[in-house]
Design a protein around this ligand. Structure first.
Ligand code: FES
Length: 57
């Protein structure tokens, strides 16, 4: 599922960044993948994906 259309980032990309790159919040995700740096519509969903991935571990 695409989370950030501006950058073509899926929930899997985000989960991978959390697990493998140590991304723990939106600021780090934006730095890493650019998520939320254009229209910003994806921020809420991206945050949820981060939270769910952290809870899953
Ligand atoms: Fe993520 Fe636009 S959809 S910045």
């Amino acid at each position: 599922m695409f989370v950030c259309l501006c950058h073509g980032i899926t929930d899997k990309h985000i989960a991978q960044a959390v697990r493998e790159e140590g991304v723990g919040n939106m600021r780090e995700l934006r730095k890493q993948l650019g998520v939320g740096s254009q229209c910003g519509k994806c921020v809420q969903l991206a945050q949820q994906v981060i939270d769910n991935t952290i809870v899953d571990e």
